[in-house]
Design a binder for this molecule. Sequence first.
Ligand code: ZN
Length: 204
Amino acid sequence: MILDTDFIIIGSIIIILLTPLYIYRKKVYNFFTRQGDFETFEENIKNYLHTYYPKIEFDYSIIQKTKMEKDAKLRQILVIEDLVSQFFDFEYELETQKCIHKDFLWSTYEQNCKPIKEKLPNDWSKRKEFTYRRDNCKCKRCGLNIELIDAQIILIRPLANGGGYNFENLITLCSDCNKILNSQIKSIKSSLIEDALLTKTTVK
Ligand SMILES: [Zn+2]
């Protein structure tokens, strides 16, 4: 069988055209699925945040704002950065904590509520567990479900301001929220120090 010249030429052109397509198949695939990738990412991140931080209402307007960004990776980073800063800036309201029914308390409870030389009371692990159970095993700031071992129990009113280890003054936080709260307290502290220094200089 003798092949037609036209057939050979067309065949060669097709092979030449298909070869780079085959070599760069991954890039081509990524190019066509870029948009789809972002949509999956958007759906996943919304599900994730809703499941893990149900108490925080995130504002997703950043997704619209970055619509013109063609680089899907960069857009994802911008979105994540925005959501992380929202998580960080989330206004945290301290609710009045429910106390635990007197029948559940133990004989040394009352006397151990008062701080002794800034040492944790010897029934601290019991208090920690009770507070954690009362807060339904969740972080009171973001609503994340946490294990007892990861729970951070903090004092609403610090010992220095007259707070104690009574249940009404204890609250459960996850480690991220605890870090955020500590850093906020530190920044408030440093701004207070700055204010104080400024006042001093003016008085002088
Ligand atoms: Zn939290």
